[in-house]
Design a protein around this ligand. Structure first.
Ligand code: GLN
Length: 412
């Protein structure tokens, strides 16, 4: 029954793996959601809004107080003053913002440049808009001091491959930084090259910055594409509350850009969801206005996540995985092909088979990264673990993986 546009995409891997994790009582390091609650001042604000009668439709493009709070945050982060009513659109999570941006900006046949591996909704959103995806590969670091324009040890792309991806049919390039699933934080040099190519080809930069605050290396800060020279005019910046405040279920996202770009997003947003849950918008507005509390909450989340990254990365390395240390976001990509039993009899790694067996075999769930690649083979030796979890959860996952690894060795 599924229409041709969407048939190729099946059921998202997050749904599949969370169902499998629940079925086997596995520790779920697959879908990226925290197993702890967001800051209490957000939760209290939500209860207050619900009880305070804020329960009818919000304004289509966002509750005025939330648009204002987001514009204020933007000004603090970038120094640029924006019009909250003409340049900010509140959406139902960043995933809706991505779909609304594609539907609002891309004509059938327009080309959209995506970096692979990509978050799974990107391709589906391009397809829903009738766009044609062009892929640029983020490659596994080889250990060379610096690959391409990337930070040392980071996934990297060949600048010529990016140049070749642009054409006079390019409508936009979607850049996700910090990047899911690689943990890469795009450098200023990388963004500058993309910015120059956008300008030269009259293309739009669409950025997914949901992990904007989750970076762990002081020398690899998050850089907003919209702050590069000339790019405020052609960048649509998307983000959300979910990752920054551990409120993924609130589904509060937004798009920030010029009035023209904003009109395009709203043209689609109004017919997708019309508006986003009013009490949660009201809560977000009043909580975001408490800027010191927000900064404090983010600081402590980043410290916790940095410790979680260390815990999981160290344990995976001891178990024999080849670990890529992420500079941002909350996922670790690990090469599992050196693990016993990782290869099929024909010597081919298969991350999907590995991840489908892991919940029952080890009591831990992870995501097979090949689903994030057009060229699936590039992800077939990798596995993605989420570390946005309490220390007790990670310790239990590590303990189970340790038992499983010992059993595997005994079986060999
Ligand atoms: N962004 C989350 C992840 O990558 C999942 C989002 C979702 O489940 N749709 O794990």
């Amino acid at each position: 029954m599924i229409a041709q546009r969407l048939a190729p995409f099946g059921t998202t891997i997050f749904t599949e793996m969370t169902l499998l994790a629940n079925k086997h009582g596995a520790v779920n390091l697959a879908q990226g959601f925290p197993d702890f609650d967001g800051p209490s001042f957000f939760l209290d604000a939500a209860a207050e809004a619900l009880q305070g009668g804020q329960n009818q439709y919000a304004r289509m493009f966002g509750l005025p107080a939330l648009n204002r709070a987001l514009a204020d945050r933007w000004q603090r982060a970038t120094g640029a003053e924006i019009d909250p009513d003409a340049q900010v659109t509140v959406t139902s999570g960043c995933t809706e913002a991505i779909a609304a941006a594609m539907l609002g900006l891309v004509n059938p046949g327009d080309e959209v440049i995506l970096f692979e591996p990509f978050y799974d909704s990107y391709r589906a959103s391009v397809a829903m808009a009738g766009g044609v995806p062009r892929f640029v590969t983020l490659r596994e670091p080889t250990g060379a001091p610096r690959d391409g324009l990337a930070a040392p040890g980071a996934f990297w792309f060949d600048p010529d491959e990016l140049r070749r991806a642009f054409s006079d049919r390019t409508r936009l390039i979607l850049i996700n930084t910090p990047h899911n699933p690689t943990g890469k934080v795009f450098t200023r040099e990388e963004l500058t090259l993309a910015a120059d190519l956008c300008t030269r080809n009259n293309a739009i930069a669409l950025t997914d910055e949901v992990y904007e605050h989750l970076t762990y290396e002081p020398d690899q800060p998050h850089i907003r594409m919209a702050t590069l020279p000339g790019m405020a005019e052609r960048t649509l910046t998307l983000s959300s509350l979910g990752k920054t405040f551990s409120l993924t279920g609130w589904k509060i996202g937004w798009a920030i850009g010029t009035p023209d770009l904003t009109r395009a997003v709203r043209a689609a947003h109004q017919f997708l969801t019309f508006a986003t849950a009013t009490p949660l918008q009201a809560a977000a507005a009043s909580a975001l206005a408490r800027t010191d509390d927000c900064d404090h909450a983010i600081g402590s989340l980043v410290a916790d996540l940095k410790a979680a990254r260390g815990l999981l990365a160290g344990a995976l390395a001891r178990l024999g995985f080849g670990v890529h240390i992420p500079a941002g976001a909350y996922f670790i990509l690990a090469d599992f092909t050196r693990r016993p039993g990782a290869l099929r009899p024909d010597n081919v790694p298969d991350d999907a088979a590995f991840c489908r067996s892991l919940p029952a075999a080890a009591g831990v769930a992870a995501v097979p990264p090949s689903v994030f690649y057009q060229n699936r083979g590039l992800g077939a030796g990798l596995v993605r673990f989420a570390f946005c979890k309490r220390p007790a959860t990670l310790h239990e996952a590590v303990r189970r993986l340790g038992v499983w690894a010992t059993d595997r060795r005994a079986d060999q």
